[in-house]
Design a protein around this ligand. Structure first.
Ligand code: ADP
Ligand code: MG
Length: 314
C-alpha cells in the first residue's frame, strides 16, 4: 500500500514555523520576496507563506512560472527570482550563502524547506510544517500487522520525508519523486509481482491511482483523484484503508466458502436425485425442494458477513 504524503498522511494544511534570513537580509525581505511570487501559485506551500506574510507589502513579481515538483520562478525588480526546494537551487546554481546546515536542520525536523533566492543568491529559508493526520500511524501499523507492506510517496525532500516516515513507522520512503513519475513508481512495484494499492489526494496522484491495482482517494482531496480511484475514503481517514482491506478479505472468504457449499451440496445431492444409489433416492418433488436448499445456505452464509469483525468498521 503506497500512501502519498502531503494531504494524505498529513493534513495538507502547512504552516510556516520558522524563517531564517541569509547574512545581510532580514526575515521581512525573505517573506516579502516569497509572498510576491507565491500569490501567483496554487500550491499548499504558497498558501502557508501568504498566510504568514499577511499585512506585509509583498515585493511585486512578474512572469511567474511553476516548475513542476521543484518550485517556481519569476522576475522581481528586474532580477530573476526563485522559490522552491534544494534541487531547484542546485539546478539554477544559486549561491546558498552558507545556509546548508540550517536547511539540513529544518529538514531533519520533518519540515519542508522553501528556499527563497534572487539574483542568483539565497535570501533565506522558510521552514513549513504539515501535521500528520491523527490516525496515520495507527493505519500504517494495522496494515503491517496484516502483512501488507507500506510505502510513502512524495515530491518532498528526502530528509523531510524520512523523518515523517520514521514518525509513522513507514520504512519504504520514495522521496523527491516528480509528479509525472508517481505512476512509474507504482509500475515498478507491480513489475516485482506485487499487488499495489495507492492512496492519494492530489491532481498529480491521479495517474498513480489509475495505475495501481486498487486506488483509494481521500474524500477531502481533488475531484480528479476521486474520479481516478476505485475507493473514496469519505471521512478522509487513512485508517479506513485498513477497514477496506479487512472487509475485502472477509468478503472474499465468504465467496470461497459459498463456492464450496454450492458445489459440495450439488455433488452429494445430485447423484441421489439421479438414482445413482438406488434404491436410496429422492423423489422429484423433494429434489425440487432441495434444489433451493443450496441457494438458502449460500444466502444465509453471505448474510453472516454483517457479523464479521472488521477492524475500523463500525
Ligand atoms: P508533494 O508530492 O509533496 O505534494 P509537489 O510535487 O507539489 O509535492 O512539490 C514538490 C516540492 O517542490 C515541494 O516539497 C516543494 O519543496 C517544492 N515546491 C513546489 N511548488 C512550490 C511552490 N509554489 N513554492 C515553494 N516550493 C514549491
Ligand atoms: Mg498530496
Amino acid at each position: 500500500m503506497i500512501f502519498d504524503k502531503t494531504g494524505t498522511l498529513t493534513l495538507g494544511k502547512p504552516e510556516v514555523v520558522e524563517v531564517a534570513a541569509a547574512p545581510g537580509r532580514s526575515e521581512a525581505d525573505v517573506l516579502t520576496l516569497a509572498a510576491g511570487m507565491e500569490q501567483h501559485s496554487e500550491h499548499p506551500l504558497a498558501h502557508a507563506i501568504l498566510e504568514r506574510s499577511k499585512g506585509m507589502q509583498a515585493l511585486p513579481a512578474e512572469g511567474f512560472t511553476n516548475i513542476d515538483g521543484m518550485g517556481a520562478r519569476a522576475r522581481s525588480e528586474g532580477e530573476p527570482a526563485l522559490v522552491g526546494n534544494r534541487r531547484l537551487m542546485d539546478a539554477e546554481r544559486v549561491d546558498l550563502a552558507g545556509m546548508e546546515a540550517t536547511a539540513e536542520r529544518m529538514a531533519g525536523g520533518g519540515r519542508t524547506v522553501v528556499h527563497v533566492a534572487r539574483g542568483g543568491k539565497l535570501w533565506g529559508l522558510i521552514a513549513i510544517a504539515d501535521a500528520v493526520r491523527p490516525t496515520s500511524a495507527a493505519a500504517v501499523a494495522a496494515l503491517k500487522k496484516r502483512g501488507v507492506d507500506v510505502a510513502m510517496l512524495t515530491g518532498d525532500n528526502r530528509a523531510t520525508a524520512e523523518r515523517i516516515g520514521r514518525e509513522l513507522g513507514v520504512t519504504m520512503v520514495l522521496a523527491e519523486v516528480l509528479p509525472g513519475q508517481k505512476a512509474d513508481q507504482v509500475k515498478a512495484l507491480q513489475a516485482q509481482g506485487k499487488k499495489v494499492g495507492m492512496v492519494g489526494d492530489g491532481i498529480n496522484d491521479a495517474p498513480a491511482l489509475t495505475q495501481a491495482d486498487v486506488g483509494f482517494a481521500i474524500g477531502a482531496g481533488t475531484d480528479v483523484a476521486m474520479e481516478s480511484a476505485d475507493v473514496v475514503l469519505m471521512k478522509s481517514d487513512p485508517f479506513d484503508v485498513v477497514a477496506a482491506v479487512g472487509l475485502s478479505r472477509v468478503t472474499l472468504r465468504k465467496m470461497h466458502q459459498n463456492l464450496w457449499w454450492a458445489v459440495g451440496y450439488n455433488v452429494v445431492a445430485f447423484p441421489f436425485a439421479a438414482g445413482v444409489f438406488y434404491p436410496l433416492t429422492i423423489s422429484p418433488e423433494m429434489a425440487a425442494l432441495a434444489m433451493s436448499g443450496s441457494s438458502l445456505i449460500v444466502a444465509a452464509n453471505a448474510l453472516l458477513l454483517k457479523r464479521a469483525n472488521v477492524e475500523g468498521l463500525k
